[in-house]
Write a protein that binds this ligand. Structure first.
Ligand code: HEC
Ligand code: HEC
Length: 459
């Protein structure tokens, strides 16, 4: 399903980031690299043999709107507990993801209501396309969701391999915000945590508007939106969320592209042997095959890779019994087909599908996957490696000693789980796709995706 990234940008145009449009998929000659006579030199020295400059957003001072948004983002007074702001869950020091190791955060008036999903990073959403279901083809904007979803129900599932540029026909859900893609713009999205009783629990729109009226930044608010902004609470809150979205779009801190890997792509940094081996295993269809979904190639126009194809997949991660919601045996988070998203409920072929997240800064996280089931990257790698080859290592046992495979999905939806794409698809008992060293190397490589790398002797 490798195709060009879609052009239906929600966020980037406003940011002036991607005026160039998105690049066609540029299959990188990995196999060629390995045949390259310089490959041995490459492994020894760790330089990229095909460096090319990257097109990064240029840092610019924040507009008055974005500055206001930054204040709102950090304002705890908007929550009923007066202790939660956006930044409390999306901490700037940890890539705007959770600072701790909890699988989900606590919110509500006394911070006792546990959320049901892991807090994602807010970085690199500036090129996130809007939600759609359609052929993996940027020219073809599929808009009629239920009609296209209906058609896709019986379509053969296309597999994903790192270096196959074509991809079989198939209708692919992609894009949007949240693990289930249910919000399309940062502005609409921000209202959800603000109102959610499990999160900031801000109360009614009228209450939030009243809090904004009392906020220390009220003057800036009036200056930007005019004195009548408080006349209509709906409008007040919408403008506030617009400012929060501007902040996330304008502040380079959300998308700096300053990882070691970015500099390596440009020929300015070199990888250690373990990082380089990890990069190769990450790309190798017979090993990690990670890059099939977590795209790692720069676009032809120099746009840096985002380590996601923006698509949804069902990986069948195990149920997380540390989440209070899981204590109810009837509760299932089905991602695209509910419970939070409601428009695709009948599209049961998508039950269990979650958005492929970026892997940039992933090594800064301490909780992984939509339900926060894992606390370390080694556990994530074990999941990919052993889910099919040794499921007894991944899932709890049923009464009869057999593993309860895909136990976070009702049995009727378990056939939705991806068994085609490597590193999955190995027969039980067969050798897994990666060995222990491949996994260690891939973890070392993932460490090169943290932003803020300082070039030796450079800036
Ligand atoms: C109590 C913790 C908490 C607070 C407070 C919070 N969020 Fe979140 N945020 C989450 C969780 C959990 C998710 C994922 C929810 C889901 O997928 O259904 C999320 C998702 C998001 C996303 C989508 C990211 C993606 O990758 O799709 C954005 C954007 C976002 N939050 C911005 C904000 C803003 C802006 C605020 C303040 C108005 C805020 N959040 C407050 C926990 C929080
Ligand atoms: C078929 C597509 C696909 C392949 C192949 C794939 N991933 Fe993923 N990855 C996903 C999806 C989808 C999720 C989110 C699943 C969920 O939360 O239920 C994910 C989540 C992750 C996460 C958790 C990120 C977070 O913020 O919680 C990590 C880490 C990760 N993948 C690494 C890898 C590595 C390493 C490989 C190769 C060994 C790999 N992935 C192969 C689709 C894929």
């Amino acid at each position: 399903m490798r195709g060009a990234l879609r052009t239906g940008l929600v966020l980037a145009a406003a940011a002036g980031l991607a005026a160039a449009g998105l690049a066609a998929w540029n299959p990188l000659p990995l196999a060629e690299w390995l045949r390259d006579p310089r490959a041995s030199f490459l492994t020894a020295e760790g330089w990229n043999p095909h460096p090319a400059p990257l097109l990064r957003p240029r840092p610019a001072p924040l507009s008055a709107m974005a500055q206001l948004g930054k204040k709102i983002f950090a304002d705890t007074s908007l929550s009923s507990s007066r202790r939660l702001s956006c930044a409390a869950c999306h901490e700037p020091q940890t890539a705007y993801g959770p600072g701790g190791a909890l699988p989900a955060m606590f919110g509500g008036p006394a911070l006792t209501r546990q959320g049901v999903r892991a807090v994602p990073s807010l970085m690199y959403l500036e090129r996130q396309p809007g939600f759609s279901i359609g052929p993996d083809n940027p020219e073809d904007e599929a808009v009629n969701l239920s009609a296209t979803a209906m058609r896709s129900r019986d379509a053969p599932r296309a597999g994903k391999t790192v270096n196959s540029a074509d991809g079989a026909a198939g209708l692919v859900p992609q894009g949007g915000l949240f693990w289930d893609g249910r919000a399309d713009t940062l502005q609409n999205q921000a209202l959800i945590p603000l109102l959610s009783p499990f999160e900031m629990d801000g109360g009614s729109i009228a209450e939030i508007a009243a809090k904004l009226h009392r906020a220390p930044y009220v003057e800036a608010f009036v200056q930007l939106f005019g004195p009548s902004v408080f006349a209509d609470p709906q409008n007040t809150v919408a403008e506030a969320m617009f400012a929060v979205a501007r902040y996330q779009i304008e502040d380079i801190d959300f998308h700096p592209y300053t990882s070691k890997f970015d500099f390596w792509l440009e020929g300015k940094a070199r990888m250690s042997p373990a990082e380089l081996r990890g990069f190769l295993a990450f790309n190798d269809p017979r090993k990690g095959n990670c890059a099939a979904c977590h795209l790692d190639r720069a676009g032809a126009d120099g746009l840096p890779p985002l380590f996601t194809d923006h698509q949804f997949e069902a990986l069948g991660v195990p149920r997380n019994t540390a989440l209070a919601a899981s204590r109810d045996p009837a509760y299932f988070d089905l991602g695209l087909c509910g419970p939070f998203r409601t428009d695709l409920k009948a599209m049961t072929q998508y039950c269990g599908f979650f958005k492929t997240p970026t892997l940039r800064n992933v090594a800064r996280r301490r909780t992984f996957f939509h339900n926060g089931i894992y606390g370390a990257l080694q556990q994530v790698l074990d999941f990919y490696d052993f889910r099919d080859s040794s499921p007894q290592r991944i899932y709890p046992h049923t009464g009869h000693g057999a593993p309860d495979i895909y136990n976070d999905l009702p049995p009727r939806y378990r056939s939705n789980v991806d068994r085609l794409d490597g590193p999955f698809g190995v027969k039980p008992g067969a050798a897994p796709a990666m060995d222990a060293e491949d996994m260690r190397d891939i973890i070392a490589f993932l460490g090169t995706l943290n932003d803020g790398y300082r070039l030796p002797g450079g800036t």
